[in-house]
Design a binder for this molecule. Structure first.
Ligand code: AMP
Ligand code: MG
Length: 410
């Protein structure tokens, strides 16, 4: 059996960051920037007022106080967006609004609160230092400065910055298009009637959600029966819209293991056992003329889920142009004993909570009661996976363990 790490490095070798494309800002949301963006402008682009008040020459107000206000004629009225005001001379001032260009000659802004608010003449009852309430050209961003680095995922803040420097489109690694295909003669679409021996198909829904949570486009192709010819035909159909294909089911040792049977023949997909529990049978390779990557996950719902988190997520991250790092983990105190098969690393679903206690351990992990790889219900409340190393077969309550934090839904 190969180790988890070996399998991760093998699957990562199947993919590269997707070729960058130029996208409008809003379509680029969630994409990963493929080149640094430098600002074509300064921010602010011109000296301007940060308050509503009066643009003045600070020296005129040196003696101003509550008792001896200084009275100045108001020679202009400058709203935001108006750059037509001429220069002001010493002994004069201009009414100015937040964001309006500071007129030439002025070197400070007096907030309206320090004045009587006059429109023809104004009385100012405080002195002001040079530069007061003035936002200087370039003090936020200098022209040609890098505003967003390459490799950054474009969130709302980045979109704001890019728009503020006048950028309307950016080169990003597009979101990978992931086709999801389940297999199994026993599967029935949720909402339809179950016949004897049939079950509702659930893996493709779970994977579609997980793929979206991982920032990719998911195409749920639904499911097909256990017919090797059907799977090859279906792959032919879906490859056009896929940057990568995920399948579930049909990869273990049974005689109806259709995915394994159909894809083994191609010679481009390898089926192996990984020393992990759940998720031992894994297949990975490429299919079709453009050698589209394919990962074939086991059919048991919990196995498929854990396989996604361990193996598929890093692959999708690399395709997005992000470092293919694993999910973050913390150390936690185990709230119940657990067991694990010798020679395989277990990932046990658990509920991780942050709490301070006398021992100082900040996290506790409560393994869920039903750990069978077909026992899906506990997945819904799970937020983490307790890791039991290959050489360990049992851990007592109170043990300090590594716990992988599952991504929060968003
Ligand atoms: P398989 O790997 O195809 O032998 O499937 C293993 C187990 O997972 C069987 O009990 C299947 O019925 C179940 N299973 C496989 N695919 C799905 C699916 N898409 N949704 C729900 N259960 C599935
Ligand atoms: Mg099956």
């Amino acid at each position: 059996m190969k180790t988890v790490e070996q399998h991760i490095s093998d699957v990562l070798r199947l993919v590269e960051p997707l070729e960058p494309i130029e996208l409008d800002l809003l379509r680029a949301h969630g994409g990963v920037l493929a080149e640094p963006v430098t600002s074509p402008v300064s921010l602010p682009g011109f000296d301007n007022s940060s308050m509503d008040g009066y643009a003045v020459v600070a020296g005129d107000l040196a003696e101003a106080s509550e008792d001896t206000p200084v009275r100045l004629p108001v020679v202009a009225d400058i709203p935001a967006g108006d750059a037509s005001a001429g220069a002001i001379r010493a002994g004069h001032c201009a009414r100015i609004m937040t964001g309006a260009p500071l007129p030439a000659g002025a070197d400070a802004v007096v907030p309206v609160e320090w004045t009587d608010g006059g429109q023809v003449n104004v009385s100012i009852n405080r002195s002001v230092r040079v530069g007061n309430a003035v936002r200087r050209r370039g003090e936020d961003v200098e022209e040609q400065a890098t505003v967003v680095r390459s490799g950054v995922r474009l969130g709302s803040a980045e979109l704001g910055v890019l728009a503020a420097v006048g950028c309307s489109s950016v080169p990003v690694h597009p979101r990978p298009r992931v086709v999801i295909l389940s297999t199994g003669e026993e599967l029935v679409e949720p909402g339809a009637r179950l016949g004897p021996g049939q079950i509702y198909e659930s893996n493709s829904f779970m994977l579609t959600g997980a793929v979206r949570d991982a920032g990719c486009e998911a195409y749920r192709h639904g499911f097909i029966g256990d017919d090797p010819a059907a799977i090859l035909d279906t792959l032919d159909d879906v490859l056009l819209q896929a940057d990568i294909v995920l399948t579930t089911g049909g990869v273990s040792m049974g005689s109806y293991d259709v995915v394994k049977e159909a894809l083994s023949r191609l010679g481009t997909v390898r089926f192996e056992k990984v020393a992990v529990q759940p998720g031992k049978p894994q297949g990975a390779g490429t299919v079709g003329e453009s050698a589209t990557p394919i990962l074939t996950l086991p059919g048991n719902p919990v196995s498929a889920f854990v396989s996604f988190q361990l193996f598929v997520r890093p692959v999708l991250r690399r395709m997005r142009g992000l470092p293919p790092e694993p999910l973050p983990s913390v150390h936690a105190r185990l709230l119940a004993p657990v067991t694990s098969p010798q020679g395989r690393r277990s990932y046990l679903r658990s509920i991780l909570e942050y709490s301070r206690d006398a021992d100082g351990a900040a996290y506790t992990a409560a393994p869920v009661a039903r750990q069978g790889s077909h026992q899906l219900s506990a997945l819904a409340e799970t937020n983490s996976l307790v890791v039991v190393p290959e050489s360990v077969t049992e851990l007592a309550e109170g043990s300090i363990v590594e716990v992988v934090q599952l991504p929060a839904a968003h």
